[in-house]
Write a protein that binds this ligand. Structure first.
Ligand code: C5P
Length: 418
């Protein structure tokens, strides 16, 4: 499917479908990232109205943002295109959120004092504060960011109800390195989608395992399982979007960490078990999506095992790995219902029967079955939720969409139990 077809596909409505975002740009070099952000918001189904300060126009033109948003950009409170000449009222009343990206140090100071001498600050002050949230993506030099005045302003803006989306760290346009860069558009997009997600897991501590494990034979070889980690990472992201504190214990995968998720990287099943047992006492939900290797070499050679010229392959002995899910599910907290455990099962046939048998064997209230070869490495999947009462299918969809459905299911089960 072409990119254009995806954007126009009515089934692929996007995570921000129906949302109207007023995207405000204040002056800063990060304005160039706002163009990509605008496009990303629209690709997720939002409508975007851009408002720019005079300083922002020094960095990027209104023409660019009009072309990307498909709407004329507003830059002045004296804009006579509005019949009542009250752009600040009209624009803010239509918004589901106002997002200032980039938000300069100066603009933060302005917002803090309730100043209203240009359209953007005027509109922020005039917005119905309870109905239209204000999201701020700061962008500035590291010294400006670290300055007590900026930190004070940020704390006060937060106290006044604004959501500060944080800053990135690294090389800055000024040549210095440190905190203060505007977050990248994909990071901002993830935060904005999370912002609009109902917080059905608020107060929950969710522990997720993901990816394969790697069991070393010698320093250069090992055995592992086919697993991209995509499902587990999607589950971690969905749980965080739903308001949970999330810890993700990940085997070796090449995926970026979902926003706001604490990640612990591990290699072997034993490393994974150790990390999980360390985190489990604080968890209220445990979701085991990892494809843990069933066996590991009984011993791992310290040096590379060389061919000895005899034509004989080395004899390898294997030891069974601990079952992480079953171990956690047997803990007193899991047995008393304080810790809700969810397992996954990748099967090749007879999914419902095999998944039900596995659920009983592992001692978990909910097990999620899928057909392994049909999901490995893909972005989509189909799931079967299996519990003591029977099973329910979640139709083929993106792994993120399925992860969100699973999180909603877990939340309703916890609520019912609590
Ligand atoms: O036994 P099987 O590997 O099919 O079980 C799959 C489920 O058990 C998954 O949830 C997986 O993360 C978990 N598991 C585990 N530790 C193992 C093996 C599987 O946590 N050693």
């Amino acid at each position: 499917m072409t990119q254009q077809a995806i954007e126009q596909d009515p089934v692929n409505v996007g995570d921000l479908a129906g949302k109207h975002i007023v995207l405000g740009l204040s002056g800063g070099i990060a304005c160039y990232k706002a163009a990509e952000l605008c496009r990303a918001l629209i690709k997720q189904g939002a409508t975007v109205q851009v408002v720019m300060t005079e300083a922002a126009e020094q960095f990027i033109t209104a023409v660019t943002l009009q072309a990307l948003s498909g709407r004329p950009v507003y830059t002045s409170q004296w804009d006579s295109r509005e019949a009542n000449n009250m752009a600040h009222i009209n624009l803010s009343r239509e918004a589901d959120a106002i997002l200032i990206a980039p938000c300069s140090a100066d603009f933060m100071a302005k917002l803090l004092h309730g100043r209203a001498d240009d359209l953007l600050s005027l509109m922020c002050l005039a917005r119905p504060i309870a109905a239209v949230p204000l999201l701020i993506a700061p962008a500035m030099n590291r010294e400006m960011w670290a300055h007590p005045a900026t930190q004070r302003n940020m704390a006060q803006l937060s106290g006044d109800g604004a959501t500060i989306l944080g800053v990135g760290s690294g090389f800055q346009a000024c040549g210095e390195t440190g905190d203060g860069r505007m977050l990248e558009p994909p990071e901002l997009l993830e935060d904005i989608i999370a912002f609009f997600t109902p917080k059905v897991l608020a107060g929950q501590q969710v522990l997720v395992t993901a990816g394969p494990t790697y069991e070393a034979i010698d320093p250069v070889r090992g055995i592992t399982n086919l697993s991209s980690g995509k499902m587990g990472f999607a589950v971690a992201r969905a749980a965080r979007e739903a308001g949970a504190e999330v810890t993700l214990v990940a085997g070796p995968v090449s995926l970026s960490t979902p926003r706001g998720v604490t990640r612990i990287d591990v290699k072997s099943a034993q490393n994974m078990l150790e990390a999980v047992m360390q985190q489990a006492p604080a968890a209220t939900v445990f979701i085991a999506t990892a494809a843990v290797a069933d066996w590991r070499p009984a011993s791992s050679a310290e040096r590379k095992i060389k061919k000895d010229g005899s034509g004989q392959a080395p004899q390898l002995a294997f030891t069974e790995n601990p079952d992480i899910l079953a171990t956690v599910a047997q803990s007193p907290r899991a047995r008393s219902g304080e810790l809700f455990c969810v397992g996954f099962a990748a099967e090749s046939h007879d999914l419902a029967d095999n998944a039900q048998a596995k659920r009983r064997r592992k001692g978990v209230p909910l097990l999620v079955g899928n057909i392994g070869p049909a999901t490995f490495g893909r972005d989509d999947n189909a799931l079967l939720l299996v519990d003591a009462q029977g099973s329910r299918e979640l139709a083929r969809a993106s792994k993120l969409s399925l992860a969100r459905q699973l999180v909603a299911e877990i939340a309703s089960r916890i609520q019912r139990a609590g």
